[in-house]
Design a protein around this ligand. Structure first.
Ligand code: AVW
Length: 248
């Protein structure tokens, strides 16, 4: 029984594909706001959806490569105002709340980021369907899964495109606000262009004390990654949510 279970659609340790994945992608694409920075060429949602599906359908869910997503990226490459970028790690909702009224942009504001936001997807070799039972987990199954590679490819391009001052919202209630293994830590910070300034905000949760600070060891590690790349660094810590969002 164990062998059957492990060889079937149930064998992975991560959440299965989101129900109605294709429908959600199509709807989000159709309803995506038409703003100048949203996309570069004309947007064909039918084509984008098909490129997304063919990136992973019938493939081994642990053998994702960035080439699998090339066509999709080419169809929907964003043109983002390079000096308005906000990155985050463990703080997506807060970062979005901060960015929106200030006209700043998180990855989820770009077309592809918005299509995939909070969704899960993976296929199964030899099958035309999505696996809705389980998908590979980054830690327990494989790092080269389709979800991880997708966010890595998008995040790398997003970080590379940044200019001027880039902001990052970090969770100051964590022992290590900066995590080298996160996408921000392993993909975005190491791909910022020289001469960019990174402004980090360490924000702690309401009711929780700050645990990490700008002088703590995790931020020191971030500083050293940045100084090797000639990226300037500014850091503010000990901020409550309300202070950070400008509500007192
Ligand atoms: P994390 P990371 N919707 O909170 O530094 C769903 O530790 O690793 O932060 N899943 C997502 C999304 C999204 N919109 N974005 C990333 N993920 C995945 C992209 C991804 O596998 C933004 F530009 C990630 O490791 C942020 O600056 C995990 O969910 C940066 O990456 C969230 O882990 C945040 O990635």
């Amino acid at each position: 029984i164990y062998k059957w279970y492990r060889s079937g659609l149930n064998r992975w340790h991560g959440l299965g594909s989101t129900a109605d994945f294709q429908k959600i992608i199509q709807e989000r694409c159709d309803n995506y706001p038409q703003q100048i920075w949203s996309y570069s060429r004309s947007r064909n949602c039918q084509e984008i959806k098909q490129a997304f599906m063919s990136a992973f359908i019938s493939k081994d869910p642990c053998k994702a490569t960035k080439e699998d997503y090339r066509r999709l990226i080419d169809l929907a490459d964003p043109t983002v105002p390079c000096n308005k970028i906000v990155l985050w790690s463990k703080t997506k909702e807060l970062a979005r709340e901060y960015a929106k009224p200030r006209g700043l942009v998180t990855l989820e504001d770009t077309l592809l980021g918005s299509l995939a936001d909070d969704l899960h997807w993976c296929g199964e070799p030899g099958s035309p369907d999505l696996n809705t039972w389980s998908c590979p987990d980054w830690k327990k199954d494989c790092r080269t899964n389709y979800l991880t590679v997708f966010w890595e490819v998008l995040s790398k391009r997003f970080a590379e495109s940044a200019c001027g001052t880039v902001q990052v919202v970090l969770d100051g209630s964590l022992e290590n606000a900066f995590n080298e293994m996160s996408i921000f830590g392993r993909v975005e910070a190491p791909n910022l262009k020289p001469m960019v300034t990174l402004q980090a905000w360490l924000v702690h949760d309401p009711g929780k004390p700050p645990r990490d600070s700008c002088s703590g060891s995790s931020i020191t590690k971030l500083k050293s990654i940045l100084s090797e790349r000639n990226v300037r660094f500014i850091c503010r810590d000990n901020l409550s949510r309300d202070e950070f969002l400008g509500r007192f």
